[in-house]
Write a protein that binds this ligand. Structure first.
Ligand code: SF4
Ligand code: SF4
Length: 281
C-alpha cells in the first residue's frame, strides 16, 4: 500500500468509526517548533514513530452548556471511551497492515491526586493536534478548531508509516475576546498582551476539578462552553450568546431559577446532591 492510499484508508476508517476530525503530523514538527520539552516528543516516547495521527470527537454544545452537570460528566466519559476504542483499533489495524504503531490514551492523567503531584500528561494531544493542522491554541490553552472551537476531545496514534502530513493552520483562530478568562469560576486564565496563549493557573483549575469530582459533576469546561469560535454554534443556532454567558453567575446568584437559565439549571439539579446544586451557579 502506498502512503497516500494508507492515508485515505485511515481517513475512511476514522470516519466510519465515528471520528469528527482526523489530522496527520510528521514527528519532525516537534523539533521544528521546539515548543514541547524533548522527553514529551513522539520520537523520545517511541523512536520508530514517523507520523502522529490525531483523532477528535466533538462535544455537543447544548450538553457542554449545562456544565457542571452529570449529563456533561456522562458525555465526557462516553467520548473518552469512544476515542480510546477508535485509537486502539486503528493501532491494531495499522499493525496488521505491517505499519508498526503505538497509541496514547486520550488523557493519561491517571487521577487528580497524581495530577497534584505532577501536573502534566506524558504526551500532549493538544500540541499533536496543532501540528496535525486541526487547530490553533487559544488564550485558554485549549485547541480551537474551525469546526467545534475547543469543544473537541482528542487521542493520538503514533505510526512508523511516513504519511503525507496535513498543513498547519496559518491563522490564529482565537479572537482574544477574553470570555474564557472572564467566565472561569476560579480565575485561572489571564490574558497576555504579548501573545495569544494566556497565563494559566493549573493549580486553581485542578482545585476546581477536585471540587467537581467530589460532587460527581466534572469536568468544569466553562472555558470550553463560552468560546465563540466554532461552526457548531451555527448548527445549534447558538451565536450571540456572549451576554448570556457573561451574566450567568450573577443572574443565578440573584435567582437560582432565572428563566433564561432554567433548562441548564434543570439538568444540573439531577444526579447531584442538593448542596452541590447550590454550588453549581
Ligand atoms: S476548566 Fe474551568 S476552572 Fe479550569 S480554566 Fe477552564 S473555566 Fe477555569
Ligand atoms: S473564549 Fe475568546 S479568548 Fe478564550 S480561547 Fe475562545 S476566542 Fe480565545
Amino acid at each position: 500500500m502506498v502512503v497516500q492510499e494508507l492515508k485515505d484508508f485511515i481517513i475512511r476508517y476514522g470516519k466510519e468509526q465515528g471520528a469528527d476530525l482526523i489530522g496527520f503530523a510528521p514527528v519532525g514538527r516537534w523539533e521544528q517548533y521546539n515548543e514541547v520539552p524533548p522527553d514529551f516528543r513522539p520520537q523520545a516516547l517511541w523512536p520508530p514513530a514517523k507520523t502522529v495521527i490525531v483523532l477528535g470527537i466533538a462535544m455537543p454544545l447544548p450538553i457542554v452548556e449545562t456544565t457542571p452537570s452529570v449529563l456533561h460528566t456522562e458525555l465526557y466519559k462516553t467520548v473518552n471511551a469512544e476515542l480510546d476504542r477508535m485509537a486502539v483499533n486503528l493501532m491494531r489495524n495499522l499493525n496488521r497492515l505491517g505499519f508498526a504503531s503505538f497509541f496514547f490514551t486520550r488523557d493519561g492523567y491517571g487521577s487528580l491526586r497524581a495530577l497534584r503531584e505532577k501536573n502534566f500528561a506524558a504526551f500532549s494531544h493538544v500540541m499533536a493536534a496543532k501540528y496535525a493542522g486541526l487547530g490553533t491554541i487559544g488564550v485558554s490553552h485549549c485547541l480551537l478548531t474551525k469546526e467545534f472551537g475547543p469543544r473537541v476531545r482528542l487521542v493520538s496514534v503514533f505510526t512508523q508509516a511516513d504519511i503525507p502530513p496535513d498543513a498547519m493552520l496559518e491563522r490564529e483562530l482565537c479572537i482574544k475576546c477574553g470570555d474564557c478568562a472572564a467566565c472561569c469560576p476560579n480565575a485561572c486564565i489571564a490574558m497576555r498582551p504579548d501573545q495569544v496563549i494566556g497565563d494559566y493557573n493549573k493549580t486553581a483549575c485542578l482545585e476546581k476539578a477536585e471540587e467537581l469530582t467530589a460532587r460527581r459533576c466534572y469536568p468544569c469546561g466553562v472555558c470550553i462552553k463560552v468560546c465563540p469560535v466554532g461552526l457548531d454554534r451555527r448548527l445549534y443556532k447558538q451565536k450571540g450568546m456572549r451576554k448570556k454567558y457573561l451574566k450567568e453567575k450573577e443572574a443565578l446568584l440573584r435567582d437560582g431559577n432565572h428563566p433564561e437559565y432554567r433548562p441548564w439549571q434543570h439538568v444540573r439539579a439531577y444526579g447531584v446532591v442538593k448542596e452541590a446544586v447550590k454550588k453549581n451557579m
